[in-house]
Write a new protein. Sequence first.
Length: 220
Amino acid sequence: MSNNPHHAALPHAVSLQQTGSNITGVLLAAGQSTRMGADNKLLMPLDGMPIIRRTALNLIGGGLADLLVVTGHQAEEVQSCLADLPVRFIENTSFATGQAGSIGVAIERLRNEGHLGALIALADMPFITSDLVNAMVANHLNLATARGRVTIPMFNGRRGNPVIWGCDFFDRLMQLAGDVGGRALLERHSDAVNEFVWMDDSIHRDIDTPAAYEAVVKDK
């Protein structure tokens, strides 16, 4: 086991729980964390490990074929938190331009690897569970036209994250700009959306501000 303090609470026999689904994972971890102030939210501790590590572990257990982590701001520190996990890394050197650039960098890497789709997750959402990811992957694969569909989790009538994009959208995802993510694409292709009802608000919960972090820590 690593002596790196970021690797505290390492679960035994960590590995991707592959199901042959060919839905790959993308974890967006390049942002500057400006709303958190001086600290990088992804490196802050939660349950004995950095937030980024907890999020990654939940995705690793979720039945994905692979997990590609997009780094940018403090790339070396973020990568160090995950160095012993079964993930790949790619750096978005233009991370300051917004989330779309990170999506584009990831999809450009993945687009010729033969994946049926990609689940795109946000690194500051550590309450996303492996059960959710497994359920979303299974639901998406049951769609007759999975390549051209977008599966989005829902709770109490609100959409959340992560989102599975069928591979027919890869070229369009690479053309996104700014910090809007895939929202503009969803508006233009609403008929492709597959809403997947989930049981709790984990799909809405992120840790983005000092107040949000303090609230989570107090609940522990």
